[in-house]
Design a protein around this ligand. Structure first.
Ligand code: HEM
Ligand code: HEM
Length: 131
């Protein structure tokens, strides 16, 4: 059994954490906390959320099988990168550009979580083999 999807999420989560912390340090150093919501979502979804995905895919290997987890991973990255860019522009007062990006990215993240729900329910339902 390979853990490639879990490893992928673990590596990605560290990279998102470094980017989010760099933004946090920039805010603290500049004494301008205007991007705190951008930082919060990058840290919580990028670092905490992606690490949780990595742990679930590792602890319940049945969840990592098939094409759905790959689609789930693509939506996670597209959604988070889009939400980060959209929020950044919104809070940099470029609202007309940021808002549609954030809106589409939000829907991608919602779809990402719904798909994760489907993956988890399928792998843990009555018919699923014991983990
Ligand atoms: C290098 C490390 C970090 C720095 C320098 C940093 C810096 C900051 C700053 C300056 C703010 C704005 C505070 C405010 O004006 O309200 C903030 C907010 C926040 N940070 Fe960080 N942070 C760091 C790491 C983290 C980590 C590891 C997490 C989560 C895992 C995190 C989660 C948050 C959240 C959720 C907020 C939003 C709180 C709020 O204002 O509602 N941060 N951070
Ligand atoms: C569909 C995806 C999401 C959307 C569209 C969204 C949108 C928002 C908005 C509009 C705010 C208010 C920002 C402000 O104060 O100006 C907010 C705050 C917050 N969200 Fe989200 N969010 C999403 C997902 C998440 C997720 C997945 C987490 C955690 C894992 C999260 C954690 C937070 C936190 C901690 C705050 C308060 C921090 C702050 O205002 O800086 N959000 N979110």
């Amino acid at each position: 059994m390979t853990h490639s999807l879990s490893n992928h999420f673990l590596r990605a989560s560290v990279l998102y954490a470094l980017a989010g912390m760099a933004l946090g340090i920039h805010m603290a150093a500049s004494r301008d906390h205007g991007q705190h919501a951008t930082h919060a979502h990058l840290m919580l979804f990028g670092w905490i959320g992606m690490t949780l995905y990595a742990l679930v895919y590792r602890l319940l290997p049945a969840t990592a099988e098939g094409i759905l987890p790959k689609l789930h991973a693509s939506l996670a990255h597209l959604g988070l990168i889009g939400l980060t860019a959209g929020l950044y522009l919104l809070y940099a007062d470029r609202i007309a550009t940021g808002e549609p990006i954030a809106a589409v990215a939000s829907l991608a993240l919602f779809a990402n979580m719904a798909l994760f729900g489907l993956i988890v329910f399928r792998a843990t339902g009555r018919a699923a083999a014991p983990a």
